[in-house]
Design a protein around this ligand. Sequence first.
Ligand SMILES: [Fe+2]
Length: 500
Amino acid sequence: MIDRRSFFVLGLVSGMPPRRLPPADPFTLGVASGDPAPDGFVLWTRLAPVPMAEDGHGGMPKETVPVQWEVAADPSCEHVVRRGTEDAAREWAHSVHVEVTGLEPGREYWYRFRAGPHVSPVGRARTAPAIGVPGGAATLALTSCANYQHGYFTAYARVAEERPDLIVHLGDYIYEYAKGEHACPGGNVRDHEGHESRTLADYRRRHALYKTDPDLRAAHAVAPWVSVMDDHEVTNNWMSLVPSARRAAAFRAYYEHMPLRSDARPKGPRIRLYRRLRWGDLLTLHMLDTRQYRDPLPCGPGFQECPQAAKKDRTITGADQERWLLDGFRGSGARWDLIGQQVFFGHRGRGDDIGEEVVRQDAWDGYSGSRTRVTRGWMDAGVRNAVVLTGDVHSHWAGDLALDYDDPGSPVVGTELAVTSVTSGGDGHDGDRARDALLARNPHLRFHLRRRGYILLKIDQAALTALFKTLPYVRLPGAPVTVASTFVIADRVPGLVRQP
Ligand SMILES: [Fe+2]
């Protein structure tokens, strides 16, 4: 008998893989970090020498495989400050989640993994600044909606080049659609691997397919991610009506492929994704789950006309999450409170893309009571600057938030920044008459652009600057990125100011 440590050393010294690990490189899906705290972060990888293996197990054997990890103070990993070993078990698709602690606040680190003779790429992470230390600045990249079939993940590559402190992903990280299904204008540019994802093996293969994209791997390796799901990680516009076995499969695969802490490990058809991160005294980031706890629509999912939905007591967060959020506003004390969530928050009115007489239901407009309670919650708590971060809509949007959208005199009390898609919808376009009309009749909406890209937020004590970045195309690889528009929110002055 040899213990695990000597087994490992034996494997390394002889240059031979441990008996249980296939000879091919198991780090095909890359490395990631996430959910930074002042003393550490999560490290993630998954062993998958054959990422698209039919059974969803990535070409791995049944056995548990020990994976060594190390965190270093330098990019060449010469000055290792933490190391350990974590088991990669088949029941979690040989994924590895390490919650590193004991690090210094507010600085960069680098990390890598080793399994047998195989060494992973090096990733960069960083810890959050210590709470109670005033000052500081942060750069955040916002992303959402990356349909693999609709284009190349150039936006992720450009995000990686920005080297932000944090990458916030607001959902639709994968799409469940079958090969060729829901083509974008001009047709899909690459294919999903098969039928619509429904089983655990399906979702595991879909996540693996996405992570075979080098641009996505680059974005994961460059900075810690803070991510939440929206609908397509399960199925289009899903609610609690989706069979629990399918939800359980989708949640499990999501956890297995993302740098999440153990309290996000799903329990069957339930996953706890709403959570809070602090970034010194500068930021509190409240990440919400608006999908899992919402009241089902009385008229079914989607955008159907639904007069009953005007009922004020419908909730999009559920009571527990709403209480948690309002408590979080009261306890924050940060310069900026960012609310990261999935669907459009501000009043958009009658949906331009769904007919003039229909209020879009898959948004806070369908849950206006929830919206009023949350808005009043941050006002009553004395939140200094409230900024809602939104995904889902496949367009850049910027808008001012009010408490009462029916009262034209209702003051601006916050801001919404909605990020466009990485690819979903294909190349997009610049002009959009329907939305120009919507902007003209809704004074709260300030900006809209149907191009692909991401938002870069530069935040300091004095201001939050939002750079709306766009790509001219995603149907071909390698597009350059440009800043389409820049808005500034000054400290204690809610509302957007467009920069020349
Ligand atoms: Fe989407």
